[in-house]
Ligand binder design. Structure first.
Ligand code: HEC
Length: 123
């Protein structure tokens, strides 16, 4: 009688263990299939570009440009008009690179290119 109970318990234990281990495997076999949850969302000036400029550029390209910067990059229209020069400068690594000290991250550089591809939307 006791042995029979033990076998039942053992079988139950095995079943429970199997279930949990197979669900672990399921989780590992289905990594997040969509790393970008909103792939259809376009890059816009308000959502993406403005904050990159504020953090990295307007210390010189402010509404009154300083440190010999030739132009302001504080509005949508100004930024849009300079998009080709901006893409050129942020992707340089030598002379004339922007910002002059350091580099934008590759995501930030890509955001300017994608903004142009998406049609230079304001918002
Ligand atoms: C430390 C000050 C400083 C910062 C920060 C800075 N710039 Fe500049 N920028 C300058 C100066 C000075 C020039 C003019 C000299 C030159 O053309 O290299 C310039 C020139 C440029 C030009 C060329 C304009 C033309 O007429 O062709 C572009 C485009 C530009 N910057 C974009 C940016 C962007 C985008 C950022 C931020 C990612 C940035 N800059 C950050 C100082 C700065």
């Amino acid at each position: 009688m006791k042995t029979k109970h033990f076998i039942y318990l053992f079988v139950l234990f095995l079943m429970a263990f199997n279930c949990s281990s197979s669900s672990d495997t399921d989780t590992m076999e289905t990594p997040n299939p969509d790393p970008d949850p909103t792939p259809s969302e376009k890059v816009t000036y308000d959502a993406d570009i403005k904050s990159i400029l504020s953090s990295n550029c307007i210390s010189c390209h402010g509404s009154t440009p300083t440190q010999n910067a030739p132009m302001s990059l504080t509005t949508y229209t100004q930024t849009k008009n300079y998009i080709d020069q901006i893409i050129d400068r942020v992707n340089r690594t030598g002379s004339g690179k922007m910002p002059p000290s350091g580099q934008l991250s590759s995501q930030e550089k890509a955001a300017f290119q994608q903004w142009k591809t998406d049609g230079l939307l304001e918002n």
